[in-house]
Design a protein around this ligand. Structure first.
Ligand SMILES: C[S@@+](CC[C@H](N)C(=O)[O-])C[C@H]1O[C@@H](n2cnc3c(N)ncnc32)[C@H](O)[C@@H]1O
Length: 325
């Protein structure tokens, strides 16, 4: 077996940049998402959540949906392809698409990207036997901008059509940032993105129906892992899970998790002095849920064309292939 490729560490993932981002978020009383994944310990706790609660792992129908949708995506592609996976996680979905592409003879040059070095390496190792060529994984913190895009694209063969995968990212980014990222990548080729869907006609009730996927011991352990790393403890307050109000720009709702303090705490976190009063809350985590209609409208508002969509039989997952007009 070939040695795993070295990692490209982008400046956005340098300790000083992560620290600056984390301090800015803490000033807004928010826990930055990247902190939930970035250390090897947090990445391992997230994998425990993923194994216990992700429909991708727990529900055969979800895996079969991805298999057939990714097979359909692969049937649209021939020849050569550059594939960039943003926030690749463990890379299992990327591997499914690579398998389908290798069956139809497409030659793929693949790159994994994540803010977690451990996950980027895991994905690269998983996909290495399935791709013709594998580029060194990039460790970088999103959101995207054109300079990060340049780093992500460096090394792909010139002139090769590109496909960007954005699986599992729509829940964990503010909708405006997420769609700005899609627009940025769509400038160089189609983007295949996924969304977890609220699947009831009553949208808030549809979002509430997925609360048990979040309000559970594994997710609590994962999120408390981040908070204890910052100096808070279970004695300081409680995690509260609820359905958010619609976001102001695009009307998207999600699961929102706050840590509500039961006693005043004064602590210095990452060099930032935080004075927290009893009853105050930190926004710890959010996971946005779309409907196919809301996704369609967000894409349209960002000037993107929906080439094709695949909705799972349970209507709880969607894959959307989008491009610039
Ligand atoms: C829900 S997981 C999705 C993983 C995988 N793509 C999938 O669909 O199974 C979100 C991924 O995004 C990464 N991530 C979270 N915040 C990030 C950030 N600010 N920059 C880059 N990656 C981030 C996490 O490390 C994690 O691997």
């Amino acid at each position: 077996m070939r040695a795993p490729p070295p990692v490209v560490l982008h400046e956005s993932a340098h300790p000083s940049a992560l620290l600056a981002g984390a301090r800015a978020a803490l000033r807004r009383h928010e826990i930055p998402h990247a902190l939930h994944y970035e250390s090897d310990r947090q990445a391992a706790l997230w994998q425990a959540v993923h194994r216990a609660h992700s429909p991708w792992i727990r529900d055969d129908r979800c895996r079969r949906f991805y298999q057939s949708a990714l097979e359909a995506v692969s049937s649209r592609i021939t020849g050569e392809l550059g594939m960039l996976s943003l926030g690749c996680g463990t890379g299992e979905k990327d591997a499914l698409l690579l398998e389908a592409l290798s069956r139809n003879g497409t030659h793929v040059c693949y790159r994994a990207h994540d803010v977690s070095r451990a996950l980027a390496l895991e994905s690269a190792a998983r996909c290495q036997p399935l791709a013709l060529e594998i580029l060194p994984p990039v460790v970088a913190a999103l959101p995207l901008d054109s300079s990060l895009r340049q780093v992500l694209l460096k090394g792909f063969p010139a002139g090769t059509p590109m496909l960007t995968l954005m699986f599992g990212l729509s829940p964990n980014f503010e909708p405006a940032d997420f769609f700005d990222g899609v627009v940025c990548m769509a400038e160089i080729g189609p983007v295949l993105l996924s969304a977890n869907l609220a699947h009831r006609v009553d949208y808030p009730a549809g979002v509430a129906a997925v609360l048990p996927q979040y309000d559970n011991p594994e997710t609590r352990a994962w999120l408390m892992g981040t908070l204890t790393g910052l100096g808070l403890s279970a004695a300081d307050g409680a995690l509260i899970f609820h359905v958010s109000e619609p976001d102001t720009r695009l009307g998207v709702r999600g699961i929102d998790v706050r840590f509500v303090l039961s006693r005043a705490r004064e602590l210095t976190v990452l060099g930032e002095r935080l004075q927290l009063a009893a009853g105050e809350a930190l926004r710890v985590f959010y996971s946005y849920r779309y409907t196919a209609a809301i996704m369609g409208s967000c894409l349209q508002q960002h000037g993107l064309v929906l080439e094709q969509e695949w909705i799972s039989p349970m209507a709880d997952e969607g894959l959307f292939l989008v491009r610039k007009p």
